[in-house]
Ligand binder design. Structure first.
Ligand SMILES: [Ca+2]
Length: 397
């Protein structure tokens, strides 16, 4: 008998004894499941019975899931807004809580947010997390980013969790943003930092509100950032004039794309250039919620305001975006997929170099919080809310 199996059984019993109600049965940590293999031959012309070019399978349910990142062994990390980090087996939907997670402020739009694997994950297990914490002044909160080592050769745990970046604190509980992306060269961490519903700070490069930031892997500013020589607080800023950027992704050519929540109408897909002004709160394709008009980006052209590549009126509320690189849906390779919250939709945008065209918008019947590509090229969605679903999209058979 494989001696490893003898070691696994008592470990499983120990984990099961420790699990709290609502936890799925624990998985043996010493024997992770093998990576899934592609079992479905792509057929770009196939449609499911409902006419959509994919089949939807519900795999599991979570409490307000927010983000997901696949691990090299085929499992995935999944955040729940209330503060729980889980290791999920996407083949079975079973999951195990990760210990050592930070204390989060779970209010309004704040909570545990994004998760991303560091470029050295294979060697040292480094992952990045973003969440919201209490700030020093009463009633103020801020987004933060932390770095930790994920240990999986026992009950899943975070070790050496350290906070490496803190957002300027504000009152209120909206527009934190807090999406994470590692640059293609593995040298930098990009963080989206929302304007916290304060509007004008988005135009001030001396605050990190309403910005996309470029940091070192330890959360420091980068010396050749566009405003590094202007002001200490501006040294982390990569682009500005943003409202609430919940999607950020690099394409295969290294272009950085970001999806941004507009006000009433005017959601945006932007191509991010260093040092550029994306217009908020002075310019938008939408209007204020009280009905006041906002000039369109074209009126800011003389001030070098960068207009979105695409915009949506009425809003779809883009929650995340990813660039598809798999083979399961070959016709979509290189395209952007965007999940819509209020739009309850999955959107495909055809990308060709730096141009973008709206291609598809599929009704999903639920608010879509995250869109992730699996190792086999399947597309995984998280729906929003207390019974948020993990959905697997595969080509119709
Ligand atoms: Ca804009």
């Amino acid at each position: 008998m494989d001696p490893r199996r003898l070691a696994v059984v008592p470990l499983m019993l120990a984990i099961a004894a420790c699990s709290t109600p609502g936890d799925s049965p624990a998985q043996p940590q010493t024997a992770p499941p093998p990576p899934p293999t592609t079992s479905v031959a792509p057929n770009p012309n196939a449609v499911a019975q409902d006419g959509r070019p994919f089949e939807v399978n519900e795999v599991a349910t979570f409490d307000r899931p927010w983000a997901m990142a696949f691990l090299p062994d085929g499992r995935a990390l999944l955040t729940e807004k209330g503060g729980t980090l889980r290791v999920v087996d996407p083949q079975t939907g079973r999951s195990t809580k990760v210990t050592g997670t930070p204390e989060v402020v779970d209010e309004g739009q704040g909570g545990l947010a994004d998760v991303a694997l560091g470029p050295t994950y294979d060697e040292d297990g480094t992952i990045y997390l973003s969440w919201v914490e209490k700030a020093d002044e009463p009633g103020e909160t801020r987004g933060v980013v932390g770095k930790a080592r994920l240990v999986l050769d026992g009950p899943p745990a975070l070790k050496k969790l350290t906070t490496i970046w803190r957002q300027d604190p504000q009152s209120g509980s909206g527009h934190y943003s807090l999406r994470l992306a590692i640059s293609p060269d593995g040298d930098n961490l990009f963080v989206t930092s929302g304007e916290r519903q304060k509007f004008t700070p988005a135009q001030d490069v001396r605050t990190d509100l309403g910005k996309i930031l470029r940091l070192t892997l330890d959360g420091e500013h980068v010396d050749d950032n566009p405003f590094a020589e202007q002001h200490e607080k501006a040294a982390t800023v990569w682009s500005y004039g943003h409202r609430n950027v919940l999607g950020i992704a690099f394409d295969a050519a290294g272009n950085l794309w970001a999806s941004e929540m507009g006000p009433k109408g005017g959601d945006e897909l932007n191509l991010i250039e260093p040092g550029a002004d994306y217009g908020w709160p002075d310019y938008s394709e939408g209007s204020h919620y009280d009905g006041r008009a906002i000039p369109p980006h074209s009126q800011g052209a003389s001030k070098d305001v960068v207009a979105p590549i695409l915009s949506w009126v009425p809003s779809i509320s883009p929650a995340n975006l990813m660039i598809y690189s798999g083979t399961a849906f070959p016709a979509w390779k290189g395209d952007a997929l965007i999940g819509g919250l209020s739009g309850q939709c999955l959107v495909r945008v055809h990308l060709d170099g730096t141009t973008a065209t709206k291609a598809d918008q599929w009704d999903m019947g639920a608010r879509i919080r995250d869109v992730v590509q699996g190792p086999d090229g399947a597309i995984w969605l998280l729906t929003d809310g207390p019974d948020g679903k993990l959905l697997r999209l595969t080509p119709p058979r």
